[in-house]
Design a protein around this ligand. Structure first.
Ligand code: HEC
Length: 201
């Protein structure tokens, strides 16, 4: 190993050196909030000197999944009319003026749902409107996901439902009204309750 690399390695190792001395034996360790944690094996350091405790607030930033029945939908609301503005600013360049053109995925079906691919779009083929909220909030706009407010997500979901002929032009969506929407494709899917694993082998 040449000297500069050895020097860098020594520096990296120094950065990882535990702040606390190695425990002489198994200990009754406590976590950052004083909670009891599993005893450490003999010789393991108490702390490694990096990382921070994942607080409730930090976890909440990642814990954003929305269930089909609407569990997990945040407070807020948005109208079809507000959604038109959001769509034109943030979605139209990739999904087209009416949601059927692309260049990316269709958000509005351009044919019967049985037709592939033109019929297999959100309004005709997704069993739950709540999934559109979940997906848009976590993944869209594709180049800047996570930047939209909850109100803007409600609004754009309302507008795309309107483009699909599933919501009136003066409608407003919130957690309750979004979860109550019955999509036409609801009965085109069945829950997959097949068993899998050791019990069927
Ligand atoms: C920069 C381009 C771009 C922008 C802007 C964009 N999208 Fe997308 N969108 C995509 C691409 C690409 C896909 C396909 C992603 C994939 O399949 O992994 C997609 C897929 C989707 C899907 C899934 C469609 C399906 O049937 O699978 C939804 C819903 C969606 N976008 C909603 C939106 C909404 C709402 C906005 C505006 C807030 C938006 N997108 C903005 C590029 C974009």
């Amino acid at each position: 190993m040449n000297r500069p690399v050895a020097g860098m390695l020594a520096a990296v190792l120094a950065a990882c050196t535990p702040e606390a001395p190695a425990t002489p034996g198994a200990s009754d360790a406590t976590g950052p909030d004083g909670e009891a944690v599993a005893a450490l094996p003999t010789g393991a350091p108490e702390q490694f000197g990096f990382g921070t405790h994942a607080s409730e607030d930090r976890i909440a930033l990642w814990d954003i999944d929305v269930k089909p029945d609407g569990e997990g939908l945040p407070p807020g609301s948005g109208s079809v009319e507000e959604g038109r503005r959001v769509y034109q600013l943030s979605c139209m360049q990739c999904h087209g003026p009416t949601g059927t053109e692309g260049p990316n995925d269709r958000l509005v079906a351009a044919g019967e749902w049985e037709q592939w691919p033109q019929g297999r779009a959100f309004g005709a083929f997704w069993p739950y409107a709540t999934t559109f909220f979940d997906y848009t909030r976590r993944a869209m706009p594709q180049l800047t996901p996570g930047t939209m407010s909850n109100d803007d997500v409600y609004a754009v979901v309302a507008y795309v439902l309107h483009l699909n002929g599933l919501l009136a032009p003066d409608a407003v969506l919130d957690a309750e009204s979004l979860a109550a929407i019955e999509m036409p494709a609801r009965d085109r899917f069945v829950p997959d309750d097949r068993a899998g694993g050791p019990e069927i082998r």
